[in-house]
Write a protein that binds this ligand. Structure first.
Ligand code: ADP
Length: 391
């Protein structure tokens, strides 16, 4: 079966075509378009390019298209991308303006251009469907909650992959199977010891998720991808009282406030240097105190959430790092793990220094918890979930 994974941005369309041999996926083609104004044209062009390059002989050979949708109103999970998904995306277009309208448009266009393909949406919130209400509610009035204001969580595809892979790497095939089949069967009990994971997705945007027996118990991201850890240029955690105070004091509009919190905050806002951690590290190494503070704040925030989930989980079997910073940042990993020996987390400095974007266990032999690097590959995760859904 050929599965096309569509990545739709507000002005971009990227795709990867996977050939599935059972659940094993192989990339057979990839491509993309920037400055997109009309999704129908670029999607049609992509299909024609695949035909011209001899990857497919007819468009009907593409059996399925997968969409990594972000946030749906009253809908989540790994589901057939039908009108209900489009309605859910449009219902929260104001909350995810850069993501929801392009996905709604893309689903419509693929339904028209590839009428025989099965369309599947994997919401980024899907992994958090079973998080207890106590961990996802905000203490706001009923009318706010009725609007759908609660903690949803994001990076679900990435953290779910960590749930599967960490269990495989720790010899917990029972838990790995629960995690793999989560969107088909829901959570299932384990008979042996519980398997407790804290997953740190540290990239352009970052989140920490607690995972018990393959199922998320909570996450640092909230109603929008604007809470939890400081992001590249988005604020992360912020007391809601700061917003009206800043608006009144600075005399700025709601739109301008939103722009500053989503474009000029996070690592960029704190460091004043860049939204790319490599530049921030460089500046910190040259003695820039604001850059140093930005890095320290990121580490502090990661540890804050790791601590919260370790408590909820009652301990830890694996601490996992994934995504750009998690995979490539030995210094951040070392700072996160510093002084945690008493909690059974002991990093091997040489293994940590040597690991760059490859799967590895960085724990010292005396460490009670494994310390894993698991490279993220969200397109692959999507292809697998689409395959599982349709088989
Ligand atoms: P996203 O998909 O959310 O944009 P990524 O997972 O690609 O995020 O991560 C991007 C972040 O990872 C950037 O802040 C970048 O600086 C960091 N990063 C990427 N490569 C490296 C590297 N070799 N060393 C340190 N940080 C890196």
């Amino acid at each position: 079966m050929l599965i096309l994974v569509a990545n739709l941005g507000s002005t971009s369309f990227k795709y990867r075509l996977f050939r599935m041999d059972g659940a094993v996926a192989e990339v057979v083609a990839k491509g993309g378009y920037e400055r997109v104004t009309d999704y129908a044209t670029v999607i049609g062009d992509a299909i024609e390019t695949l035909r011209r390059d001899g990857i497919i002989t007819t468009p009907d050979e593409i059996g399925a298209v997968g969409f990594k949708t972000v946030l749906g109103k009253d809908l989540s999970g790994c589901v057939i991308a039908d009108q209900a998904v489009i309605d859910a995306l449009e219902g929260f277009a104001a909350v995810a303006p850069a993501h929801n309208p392009p996905y709604a448009a893309g689903i419509r266009q693929f339904a028209r251009i590839l009428p025989k393909a099965r369309l599947v949406a994997l919401f980024e919130t899907a992994f958090y469907q079973w998080v207890p209400s106590a961990a996802s509610v905000y203490a706001v009035p009923r009318v706010w909650r009725d609007l759908g204001i609660r903690r949803y969580g994001f990076h679900g595809a990435s953290h779910k992959f960590v749930a599967e892979r960490s269990a495989e790497l720790c010899g917990r095939e029972d838990v790995a199977e629960i995690a793999r089949r989560l969107y088909l069967d829901g959570p299932r009990p384990v008979s042996g010891k519980p398997f407790r994971v804290v997953s740190c997705h540290l990239g352009g945007s970052s989140s920490v998720t607690g995972i018990l027996n393959g199922v998320a118990i909570g996450t640092s991201m909230g109603f929008s991808p604007q809470s939890g850890l400081p992001q590249n240029n988005r604020v992360g955690e912020l007391d809601s009282g700061a917003i009206p105070y800043a608006m009144r004091s600075l005399g700025i509009s709601l739109d301008e406030t939103e722009r500053q919190l989503t474009k000029e905050s996070g690592l960029l806002g704190l460091s004043g240097v860049s939204n790319d951690i490599r530049d921030v590290k460089q500046a910190a190494a040259e003695g820039n105190p604001d850059a140093r503070l930005a890095l320290d704040h990121l580490v502090h925030s990661i540890r804050h959430w790791i601590g919260a989930f370790m408590l909820e989980l009652g301990g830890l079997d694996a601490l996992v790092f994934t995504a750009g910073i998690g995979e490539n940042g030995p210094d951040i990993r070392a700072a996160v793990c510093a002084g945690l020996e008493g909690f059974g987390i002991r990093l091997d400095p040489a293994l940590n220094a040597a690991c760059a974007a490859t799967e590895a266990d960085l724990a010292d032999t005396s460490s009670a918890a494994r310390i894993l690097v698991i490279p993220a590959n969200e397109e692959l995760v999507l292809a697998r979930e689409v395959y599982r859904k349709l088989s």
